[in-house]
Design a protein. Structure first.
Length: 157
């Protein structure tokens, strides 16, 4: 209502608005359509987490952080373990590269780089899903490595 009254006070205002809208529509029709990026959207990263406030395993494992089908694995030679991270860890992508951030130390780990993890193996999927509190996608296969924390060179000595 206020807009209509404002237009009614200025003689000729309504025709100007109609002409302006019509011109804007015709100019928009002549514009070049934006190019479509052919790059597929990144896959969702499945980052199962668990509560590490109680007793935790303290074995040390090293390998390469790998991503396969949106799942993150610790790859050690011919074997690999799906990583179950401590709560609070987060995954994100930048320019197609996946990173994992540790909220406690603000360390950032990149896929395809060496990684040192303190924790332990858990081969049983139902046990891991109980710790995580939800189902882990079937595409993310075990065995599993329960991470208590990121390792440092001192953990190896």
């Amino acid at each position: 209502m206020t807009v209509m009254r404002g237009l009614g006070r200025r003689p000729g205002a309504l025709p100007f608005v109609v002409i302006a809208v019509a011109l804007a529509g015709s100019v928009g029709g002549c514009a070049t359509a934006p190019s479509v990026d052919p790059t597929p959207q990144p896959v969702e990263i499945h980052l199962p987490t668990w509560d590490t406030s109680g007793p935790v395993p303290m074995a040390v494992a090293s390998g390469i952080l790998r991503e396969d089908g949106g799942c993150l694995y610790l790859e050690e030679g011919d074997s690999r373990h799906l990583i179950v991270w401590p709560r609070g860890f987060a995954a994100f992508k930048v320019d197609g590269t996946t990173f994992v951030r540790d909220p406690g130390s603000a360390r950032v780990i990149s896929v395809n780089e060496p990684i040192l993890l303190v924790g332990g193996e858990q081969p049983d999927r139902s046990t891991v899903e109980g710790l995580v509190g939800r189902a882990i996608p079937a595409s993310c296969s075990g065995p599993f490595w329960l991470v208590a924390r990121l390792g440092t060179p001192e953990d190896v000595n």
